[in-house]
Every structure is written in structure tokens, then in C-alpha cells.
Design a protein around this ligand. Structure first.
Ligand code: ZN
Length: 329
């Protein structure tokens, strides 16, 4: 359980979560740890994790009980959560500060029982089934509204924040929203109509200019954003973002997998298997009617330094037009 603290000077929340210090870190020192650890996410080691919340088979159908061994994607609670479901909400003012304990949740989606390290190593079916499992959990969170916002993401390799090497998605349901999320919700709807939104205008412009366009499918466009904060940053944007992520079709899950894997394979060839983050950016659930989600993937090829931390102005040594050209080849 974490202690949520609000910083009135910088207008940000911090989750003080000391249980996170107890996590096994598989990466440091990597050789020793690999010898000591049984991977809890591999098939046959299910007893090493908390009980399964949801399991899907090859056909993305739900399975349970004895058939659990034949899972392709498995959802489990995070063993070291920052937020816990069902705790009593407590809020208090301490001098100039606000702190609170609030319910949230934290789950992991393991998209393969095989010991793989990167999204590029998954079969398209494994990737898409992992996305299906995440959709089912997000739909439930949206319906229950016990959390204000849910973030789905992948931390691949140590420099991206991973502690377990076996590739997996994480889902964090936060009890609070932030001014950054609320600000994004306002900016998305500059014109008041989802079909005539900021994102629709950006897509139209990028498809016309094509210099930052990386790849397209029937329902998605992959671009390097105009003001990329980090080298080789990309967005995967749905052409029709009025459909929430948890309601996209099997065909569309396949397209998200295809574009994500195309990109990760490219950066792994160009940049020598960098750490990277894959993130589904959604608005808080209260903005469901106006959500404009997108997927962002960022290789962690540079460190965040004092200037970026101090100003939130990022210095990027690779122009998005150059990155897009290299990613298209
Ligand atoms: Zn494993």
C-alpha cells in the first residue's frame, strides 16, 4: 500500500511505496541472479506468483482450473504493488501538505509462457492475445470505476525499468488523476467534436506531409511525433480513436501487434537492442466519451538530465524526420 503525497509547489503526486524495495531485481548482477532465480512467469512456475486473475488460450478464450497449464496469456496481481484494491480511503492535510491512502490496483499480463525478452520475439498471436487479456481487464476497470485512470505499459530491459526479464505488460490503476492528464483531455478537444479533434488534425497533416510517417495499416498510423522528446520516439495512432482501446477488434489488435513489432525489430537492428518503454496513453475514465488514446514507444538511448528534469524541456539529438526515414527503410 502506498502513501500518496501531493506536492503543492510542482503540482504533482508521488506514491511513496516502500514495498517496491523488496522486488527481486533480476538484472543486477545479471549472471548471479539468473542462476539463483526460477523465472516466475515461465510455464510450470505458476505457483511462484499470486493466483491467476484471468488466463487465455491460443484462441484468446478464457480458461480456468486444470486447463490453466495450457495458457498463452495470463493476468496476475503484482506481488509488490504500489496500490492495493479494497483499502479504506483516507485523506488528511498535514500543514501545507495533502496525503492520502486510496485503493488502486496493479496487475501484470504475461503474453507468453515461453522465456522471451522482447516484444519482437513474441509470435503475432502471443502479442495479440496479450492485448486481448489487457482489454478484458481494462473493460472491467472502466465498468467498475474503482480507479480514476489505468496505464498499460511494457518496460523492456533494465534501463527501461524492468526488474523481471521475461517480457510482460503492466497495468496500474491509479486512484488519482494528474493535471497533465486533465490538461491533455482539454487539448484533445479543441474543436468540441471527436471527429474534428486535435489528433484528427495531426493525422491529416502527417499523412499529407509524410516526412514523419513510418508505416500505416488499415486502422492505424505510425508517426514520429513533430516535437519528439527522445530519439526515435514513435506514436501508433488509431484513425478512429472514438473506439476505446478495450473495444478494438481482433483485426485491430493484430495491427497494433504488427506495427509495434515492426518498430521494435527496427530499433533493435539500428540501436543494438536498446531498453524501451511501450505505453498505452489513455485519458482518465471520466473522459471516456472523449478519449483519444495512442500508443507510444520510446527507446531509452539517452539519460534524463538536470535540464529536462528542471524544465520539462527536452533536448533530442535526432530529428523526428531523420528517425522516421531510418525507421521506414
Ligand atoms: Zn520466464
Amino acid at each position: 500500500m502506498s502513501d500518496l503525497r501531493y506536492d503543492p509547489v510542482f503540482d504533482v503526486w508521488t506514491a511513496i511505496s516502500e514495498i517496491r524495495r523488496e522486488r527481486p531485481i533480476e538484472f543486477v548482477p545479471i549472471e548471479q541472479s539468473f542462476k539463483q532465480l526460477i523465472c516466475p512467469f515461465c510455464s510450470g512456475n505458476e505457483q511462484e506468483t499470486p493466483p491467476t486473475i484471468l488466463a487465455l488460450d491460443q484462441a484468446a478464450q478464457m480458461i480456468s482450473g486444470d486447463s490453466e497449464k495450457s495458457w498463452l496469456a495470463r493476468v496476475i496481481p503484482n506481488k509488490y504493488p504500489t496500490y492495493v484494491a479494497g483499502v479504506e480511503a483516507i485523506s488528511e492535510q498535514i500543514g501545507p501538505f495533502r496525503r492520502s491512502t486510496q485503493p488502486g490496483d496493479q496487475e501484470l499480463v504475461i503474453p507468453t509462457p515461453r522465456h522471451l525478452y522482447s516484444l519482437s520475439e513474441l509470435t503475432p498471436c502471443e502479442f495479440a492475445t496479450g492485448l486481448r487479456a489487457a482489454q478484458l481487464r481494462l473493460a472491467e476497470k472502466e465498468a467498475q470505476r474503482e480507479v480514476a485512470h489505468a496505464m498499460l505499459f511494457v518496460n523492456c530491459r533494465y534501463d527501461a525499468g524492468a526488474s523481471i526479464a521475461h517480457i510482460h505488460f503492466q497495468m496500474i490503476g491509479s486512484p488519482v488523476t494528474t493535471s497533465a492528464l486533465e490538461g491533455r483531455a482539454k487539448r484533445f478537444l479543441t474543436t468540441g467534436s471527436p471527429s474534428n479533434s486535435l489528433m484528427a488534425e495531426i493525422l491529416e497533416f502527417e499523412q499529407e506531409r509524410r516526412v514523419r510517417l513510418v508505416r500505416e495499416t488499415e486502422d492505424f498510423v505510425m508517426v514520429c511525433p513533430f516535437a519528439s522528446r527522445m530519439a526515435f520516439q514513435v506514436w501508433i495512432v488509431p484513425r478512429d480513436s472514438a473506439i476505446p482501446f478495450w473495444e478494438i477488434s481482433e483485426e485491430q489488435r493484430g495491427q497494433v501487434a504488427e506495427l509495434s513489432q515492426y518498430y521494435v525489430e527496427r530499433i533493435e537492428r539500428l540501436l543494438g537492442k536498446p531498453a524501451y518503454n511501450w505505453m498505452l496513453h489513455q485519458l482518465p475514465f471520466a473522459h471516456r466519451a472523449t478519449d483519444h488514446w495512442l500508443i507510444e514507444i520510446v527507446p531509452r538511448v539517452s539519460k534524463t538530465a538536470g535540464y529536462e528534469m528542471g524544465t520539462d524541456i527536452w533536448v533530442n539529438p535526432v530529428a523526428p524526420e531523420t528517425a522516421a526515414r531510418q525507421l521506414r527503410v
